[in-house]
Design a protein around this ligand. Sequence first.
Ligand code: ADP
Ligand code: MG
Length: 568
Amino acid sequence: MPIHLLSPDLISKIAAGEVVERPNSVVKELVENSLDAGASQISIEVRGGGVNFIRVSDNGTGIPGDEAELAFDRHATSKITSLADLENAKSLGFRGEALPSIAHVAQVELVTRSREEVSGTYLSLQDGKATERGVRAHPQGTTVTVRNLFRHVPARLKFLKSSTTENSHITNLVSHYSLAFPGVRFGLVIDGRPILHTPGSGKVRDVMAEIYGLQIAQAMLKIEKTAKEGGLTPAVSGYVSPPSLSRASRSYLSFFVNQRWIQSPLLARAVERAYEGLLGVGRYPIAVINLSPLPQSVDVNVHPTKREIRFSQEPVVFNTVYGTVRRTLMDKMPLPEVELSHQPASVSAPGQQAPEVPVGEEKRSFSLPLVPPKAPPSGIPILRVLGQVARAYVIAEGPDGLYLIDQHAAHERVLFEKILGQQAKEGVESQSLLEPLTIELSLRQEELLRARQEILSRFGFVIEPFGERTYLLRAVPAMLAGQGMEEPVKEALDSLEDDANPAEREEKLAASLACHGAIRAGQILSQEEMRELVKQMEKATSPRTCPHGRPTIVHLSSGRLEREFGRM
Ligand code: ADP
Ligand code: MG
């Protein structure tokens, strides 16, 4: 639609904000305009931290000559007309404030040509007013040049950090737009140095390779969840790092809502929760996640610069993101590769540098999924059991070398899934004790026992009051029978402590029971028992980790063996 002034009524409904805070905000507004104009190529050039010079050039729709001046009027926009438009706004801008605000604090030049026109329009502005207009050749699209930012606003200039800081903000910003719009070719040049250049291939992985490096880009795991009918659950897509690629700060978490880069403590918490048990203390994952909720379920107007948004259903959004990431990690995490202490010389061929170890690489390393893994994406390959090592690990041969299975962790996983399956159906198989066992509970445990009767009986416990703080244990989940039972029961109660939701509570209780029911390290297993364990693991939904997130299986590939023995 043509550029027009918004009605005063609609203006009052759009939270106004100071748009131009720093050079970075100019870049942001200009790039958003280019994206809104449907550009497939956007070049950004910055000098002197953006204070001296910012130029953004695009091949978008361009602005018709007779609308060029209007674009610099306050509340002039081509993007919405009515409140209904606002609610469905897909564009990044819609307030009609950016160009006038920028023109107010800097010298601005606009050169633009729309498709219908044969020649381009040139417009120069000082202090927000057009001072020169003319005709100038320009390919279809728009180039906006901003010079001497804040020259007349010394207070602002004074508060600006060094140009290095501004440059890093701008680089960060353009990186995020590149991630959100992988189909657009972005070029960023700072003080004459090319900083970023994305191919515009439409693949987020290609953009990640530019920003994070090839090795990380290849290792990232794809996440995908389609939206549910009814519209509350957002569609989630993007990439998350395998646990081997952790970082020491949260700054590698990038979130987008409908391709708009946002800050969201809620989403950060959801992702971090998904890595619970998988990362060390103070380590954070890398994530690039886009949510596509229905426009009605988010309010982008909360923050004037639109970096914060509000979801109408926060718990739904949290659980969807948490669940999608967690599932992906459990299913797709590459099997950990056995790390050998010395690197044979032949690992990297001459002239072919071994990839740099990413910062913060954990001690255990994971093989990169450069070749499609032979195992089904969520499972483990078919294995032939060879024997037991150190009374703790099952050693097996598979399609690509050697596999070591932690017998306790693996059995924990198998039991965990079995318990969850049983409790959802007819309840966990229970076994009555020949002699009821007297147990003494703490006050807190007593309370939990009362409050969580239902879940406890569904999980196979029969516990009766017997006196002050004393209880009779009459039946336990069958997998616990025949061992010291007091501790497992108390721990099961303690696991119900948190005010978690029912599903989380079930998982915690199941994990606690699985841990106590599972075969221990130190237990000698017969060939038959080991084969049975491996068979059950092959059937498990997420066999690669125990319920606490530790690996159940590690891999020593045939290639690695050959290299170690100097066969290649
Ligand atoms: P808004 O983006 O909120 O509409 P702006 O002040 O940023 O407000 O821009 C005003 C109008 O100028 C836009 O609505 C659009 O019609 C036009 N415009 C600005 N930049 C471009 C561009 N790069 N390509 C095409 N049109 C543009
Ligand atoms: Mg705009």
